[in-house]
Design a protein around this ligand. Sequence first.
Ligand code: KG4
Ligand code: ZN
Length: 360
Amino acid sequence: MSADRPTSTPDESTVVLGIETSCDETAAAIVMGGNDVVSSVVSSQIEIHADFGGVVPEIASRAHLEALNPVIARAIVEAGIDEQRIDAVACTHGPGLIGALLVGVSAAKSLALAWDVPYVGVNHLEAHLYSAFLEDPTLEFPMVVLLVSGGHTMLIEMQDHGRYRLLGQTIDDAAGEAFDKVARFLDLGYPGGPAIDAEALNGDPDAIRFPRALSDDPDNLDFSFSGLKTAVMNYVRKHPDVSSADVAASFQMAVVDVLVTKARRAAQVTGAKGIVLGGGVAANSLLREELLGACAKDGVRGFLPSRSMCTDNAAMIAAAGWYRLASDGPTDLADGAHPNLKLPLIRFDDADGGVADRAR
Ligand code: KG4
Ligand code: ZN
């Protein structure tokens, strides 16, 4: 630990190095005081995996190994600080690909040991919830977070730092997975989310009425996207001449419609002061526009982290690490990587009426 800095109780001047290697981005960032992003470097493996149409775990691990040291070095240089100024090292320790996670965790623990500073293992999902705080630390609780990424689709009530209640989640594919699969089917390239987002700009979102699953019961805040993906495939096979821009726009409208309707309902039943987006799909243009419009109508605050903070990055890892260091202290160096790590949830107390207990 750097001489004069008791890092188990972090403050505004505590400097955290964040490291992220859970999937296909190798990232490092320097964040001060939990929300001041001094540097953030992201090296994407998208081009390496593009030929395969998805992330190949073994290739991802090797690419992380090659990229990580230079990425960390760049984050420190861009921050303009000496490494002795770093008070703690935070790294995603789950969920994610085991080989990929181990690259980051091993590096983070080695650096923490070498620098004699605390190591903090960070939950990647919790870090996505924290990306909003990087841009607005004054966000008020309780708030609803719609976490939509390649692997997860969750509606969470964040009651306070570290206090999460699961209101709903996908029962099959994640929203990002649906974007990726439909884009692959339409031959729009990888990753599918940005490709569909761009293609949809030239299409009519009302051209085809695709199904909105699990929307009959307003109290059901779960999602299902696998039927939608199949509906798109069946439609295109039946209408081979359909414009792919119309399919992309109509598919995107169906996903966004369900996400926004359920996020709104979640804010109503919990009395949340605002709705915040997180995860890669939160970069989607239509989702951003529709969510803000819905929040304005309902008189709740809508907060959209910038696109670069929505997709995987290490600034959010450092931010979540700062809060975890404050609440739980350092993580034991004997702790490893946890590919199936879940968000730490509190029990649903049934006080909000209607919404079933999903905090399993
Ligand atoms: O959070 P993230 O960067 O990685 C995970 O933790 O999964 O999310 C990646 C997902 C991918 O499925 C990608 O297609 C999707 O986010 N995505 C988008 C957009 N940008 C990224 N989906 C829809 N529209 C976008 N603009
Ligand atoms: Zn992510």
